[in-house]
Design a binder for this molecule. Structure first.
Ligand code: F0G
Length: 362
């Protein structure tokens, strides 16, 4: 019989220390595709693969950590969880809490989360509160409430989240048969950068891979505290998922960069949108803007001569493009894409498509 994927806690039970499968809260997350990127490989001379995390149940990598965080919360008798979010964490927390039959309170920056994510938090029954402030303000409040009220914090400062997210690195190693030479990934709070670094280091220590990839993480130019080495008070980028000025896992990320001979870089919003379009139109993988930053990062580092020909490169694309579709319909000059409209006549459609009838002289 074909293997049926059971979610990361059951698939990696030994690695995650799952002792009681009865309290596992899962929507079947993980087991996402690793897609070869032919055009990106041709452009860079490397062997490039895309870890498509938009294929998780709520459309982002957050589900890998949320299954662990919600399972442990339920195990400890929690009736409510809380998180701050730029959108994806709130969507995931609301869905997993709904599945577990408990409440999720989600704090998001007013007007700064994508419509798809907002709709997810709402439909899953999350108690959604928009804060007049940015993500960093939301996280401060969520932390304080979790210390003084009976609500369980499920942001990535909760180590259960990082534990679950490590499983993506395990999967990459098993999909490729070894670790890549380089791994490219977006950075917001720096939790996922930390999680992949740990996952890859564990694989090497266990002997399932022969190397640890150099971990290359990227922030948006207007929101690049780790690259600049200082807190950004008013972070700005169209990649709202990573619009974070004071990352919670900053120190952990610095440590991971050190241990993996890694790199942190900043990428412009223009380059992010160009990479999003390139990936969708050449690899068939549609991601939200923040998730395209690793692709932009690879092109930038390749142009800088840092990626030797033949290197094996993996890029984590963290969230699905349908979460924030407006950018797909926005052109470089800011105008909207308007599809051509014709009468309901085959000949008119053929003309627009530039087709001549079969057998007609060329
Ligand atoms: N990509 C996407 C699509 C995200 O939603 C996030 C984080 C990141 C990358 C960065 O990951 O924070 O671990 O460095 N989103 C969080 C949220 C902050 O609230 O959904 P990170």
């Amino acid at each position: 019989m074909a293997h049926v994927w059971r979610g990361v806690m059951r698939e990696f039970a030994d690695r995650l220390g799952v002792t009681d499968a009865s309290t596992v809260v899962t929507l079947g997350e993980g087991g996402t595709p690793l897609v070869p990127a032919r055009v990106l490989s041709e452009m860079t001379g490397a062997d490039v693969w895309i870890k498509f995390e938009g294929m998780n149940p709520t459309g982002s990598f957050k589900d890998r950590g949320m299954t662990v965080a919600l399972s442990r919360a339920v195990e400890h008798g929690a009736k409510a969880v809380i998180c701050a979010s730029t959108g994806n964490t709130s969507a995931s927390a609301a869905a997993y809490a709904a599945h577990a039959g408990i409440t999720a309170a989600v704090l998001v920056p007013e007007g700064k989360i994508a419509m798809g994510k907002l709709s997810q938090a709402v439909i899953h029954g999350g108690q959604l509160i928009q804060i007049r402030g940015n993500f960093d303000d939301c996280l401060e409040i969520a932390r304080e409430l979790s210390e003084n009220y009976p609500v369980h914090l499920v942001n990535s400062v909760n180590p259960d989240r990082i534990e679950g997210q490590k499983t993506a690195a395990y999967e990459v190693v098993s999909q490729l048969g070894d670790a890549p030479d380089f791994h490219f990934i977006p950075i917001g709070n720096a939790g996922n950068y930390t999680a992949y670094s740990r996952g890859f280091m564990e694989e090497a220590a266990a002997g399932t891979s022969t190397r640890v990839p150099r971990m290359f993480g990227f922030q948006a130019e207007g929101s690049a505290p780790i690259v600049r080495g200082e807190v950004v008070r008013n972070p700005e980028t169209i990649a709202t998922a990573i619009r974070i000025g004071n990352p919670a896992s900053w120190e952990l990320a610095l440590d991971a960069r050190e241990k993996t001979d890694g790199y942190f870089g900043a990428i412009s919003d223009t380059a992010i949108l160009a990479a999003q379009k390139l990936l969708a139109s050449t690899a068939g993988v549609f991601v939200e803007p923040a998730s395209a930053i690793g692709v932009a990062g690879l092109l930038e580092r390749s142009a800088a001569g840092v990626i030797p020909a033949g290197s094996r490169v993996t890029i984590t694309v963290t969230g699905h493009g349908l979460k924030d579709p407006q950018w797909a319909l926005t052109q470089e000059d800011g105008s909207q894409v308007t599809p051509t409209i014709v009468d309901a006549a085959p000949r008119d459609v053929a003309e627009v498509l530039g087709l001549s009838p079969v057998g007609a002289p060329a």
